[in-house]
Design a protein. Structure first.
Length: 107
């Protein structure tokens, strides 16, 4: 089991990761046989191309704005929004503005 001890101290979720110009940055907070929790920071215009994952995932937008496309349907999300992405469904994401998200992968 891998754990990052810093989140145990509490504090703003938005401070768990910093933006990097022209990049997508990720940081795994927890990884167990039951799933993982990872935070991401996307600079504006960065994206992840369409892909699938075998398990359900929950996304919480921490900062900024993004467009998620799940099974061909586009959804604009902003800070505070939550999205459930079903396993085995194609999905993609694009940063319409810089944004940060928390991704919980469920197994």
């Amino acid at each position: 089991m891998e754990q990052d001890e810093r989140p145990r101290q509490g504090g703003p979720a938005n401070a768990l990761i910093e933006y990097q110009s022209g990049s997508v940055v990720s940081r795994t907070l927890s990884k167990t046989p039951n799933g993982s929790i990872t935070v991401f920071a996307f600079d504006q215009g960065q994206e992840l191309s369409e892909h699938t994952a075998p398990h359900d995932a929950v996304v919480l937008i921490l900062d900024g704005e993004a467009e998620f496309r799940v099974s061909g349907v586009a959804r604009g999300l902003k800070a505070g929004d939550l999205l459930l992405m079903p396993g085995n469904e194609p999905h993609a994401v694009k940063a319409t503005k810089r944004f940060k998200m928390l991704l919980a992968m469920l197994r």
